[in-house]
Every structure is written in structure tokens, then in C-alpha cells.
Design a protein around this ligand. Structure first.
Ligand code: GRF
Length: 215
């Protein structure tokens, strides 16, 4: 049985597109059950609608509180019989209650090698730190932002003359490979959140959690 995935977006949605494309493969272990956007004018939402995917636009400004918005998101996920949630450029901080409801079943992608450069402007943070290597991380969502158990990471070089824009474009290419791969690991039950880390199934090659693209 394929796992049913709800994708939460707020904007461009390129990671959502990568997950949708990956889920087209007959042997992919997950299917996209619903795309929910916190922003009714998100380009990613229009793309998903054009593809004929089930979509929901919930404008966060229409709700009196964070909790009320999160309850509405939760209700839509339940309605779509979602097993796993994938955050893909979802720009809302979630309430503790929502995070706890989906504990061990909700993933996020962040464009840095966590725990470095959490939060906003991770590409600029990487440039300011003069690191030679950055990348992206798929992790389970916990109440502390960008801090949950790490499912998989991809390393991406930082090159001379990079700007936040050029670095983010290079990392995005890796994100689009890493996220479908990490979601598949979780959907197959091969990567599970345990004791603050991620346990990989015995049959899975440890390399499944690492991507190191060539220069
Ligand atoms: C990506 O860089 C992702 O890692 C971060 O937000 C950005 C979203 O881009 N969380 P997109 O909407 O998936 O194109």
C-alpha cells in the first residue's frame, strides 16, 4: 500500500513538483493525496491545480490564531486520509499541538547541512561563515525549528564568487533529488524517528542517507 502524502506549501513549490514527479513512478512508495497552500496566490498551488491534484488553499490570515489555522490544516489532512506530511517551502511556524499530532510522520527540507544555518537566510549564513561545503537536509519535524532527527543530507560545494542566489540555485538542484529519495525511505518504513535520531532499516545501505555530488 502506498503511503498517502499531504504536501504543505506557501510559494514557488519546486520541491512539491519534485515530489509529485517522483510519485508518478509506479514503484514509488507514496502518492500525493493533497497539496495545501497557506497562500492562495502561491505559484505552486496553481501548478498543482493544473496537474489535477487535490488542492486546498487555506489563507492563514483568515484565521484568528495560529492554533485555529493549524486545526484547519489538520482537518484537511485527515479528510485526505494522509499518512505522512511533507513541508515544502511552508512558511508558517506550526503550533506545538500540530507538531505533536504528526510527530514521526512529518518531514521538512532545509537548504543547509543542519544543524548549521537554521532559520532564515541559510544561504547567506553559509556565505558569511565562508564554508566550502553546504547542502540540504531532510529531517523529521519537531517543535524546535530545523532541529528534528535527520533522515538524509546532500552536500553541495560553495564556490568562489557565489551569491546567496547562485548558491541557492545549486542547492535547489540537490534538494529536488534528496527530498523524493528521503520521502521514499520514510514511506517504505526504512527510516524512522527514534530516540532523537533516525534509524535506518537493516536492509538499507547507509549510503541511502547521503548524497555527495561531484564538483
Ligand atoms: C527550499 O529551498 C526549501 O529548502 C526551503 O524553502 C525553499 C522552498 O522552495 N524550506 P520551493 O517552494 O520548494 O521551490
Amino acid at each position: 500500500m502506498k503511503k498517502r502524502v499531504g504536501i504543505l506549501i506557501s510559494g514557488r513549490g519546486s520541491n512539491m513538483m519534485a515530489l509529485v514527479e517522483a510519485a508518478q513512478a509506479p514503484d514509488y512508495p507514496a502518492e500525493i493525496a493533497v497539496v495545501i497552500s497557506s497562500n492562495p496566490t502561491a505559484p505552486g498551488l496553481a501548478w498543482a491545480q493544473q496537474r489535477g491534484l487535490p488542492t486546498v488553499a487555506l489563507h492563514h490570515k483568515a484565521y484568528p490564531s495560529r492554533e485555529a489555522f493549524d486545526d484547519a490544516v489538520h482537518a484537511e489532512l485527515v479528510k485526505a486520509r494522509v499518512d505522512l506530511v511533507a513541508l515544502a517551502g511552508f512558511m508558517r511556524i506550526q503550533s506545538g499541538a500540530f507538531v505533536r499530532r504528526w510527530a514521526g510522520r512529518q518531514l521538512n527540507i532545509h537548504p543547509s547541512l543542519l544543524p548549521l544555518f537554521k532559520g532564515l537566510h541559510p544561504h547567506q549564513q553559509a556565505l558569511d561563515a565562508r564554508v566550502k561545503l553546504s547542502g540540504c537536509t531532510v529531517h523529521f519535524v519537531t517543535e524546535e525549528m530545523d532541529s528534528g532527527p535527520i533522515v538524509a543530507q546532500a552536500a553541495v560545494p560553495v564556490l568562489e564568487g557565489d551569491t546567496a542566489d547562485t548558491l541557492s540555485k545549486r542547492i535547489l538542484v540537490a534538494e529536488h533529488k534528496l527530498y523524493p529519495h528521503a520521502l521514499a525511505l520514510v514511506a517504505r518504513g526504512q527510516a524512522t524517528a527514534e530516540g532523537g535520531g533516525v534509524t535506518l532499516g537493516a536492509t538499507e545501505d547507509p549510503a541511502a542517507q547521503l548524497f555527495s555530488p561531484q564538483l
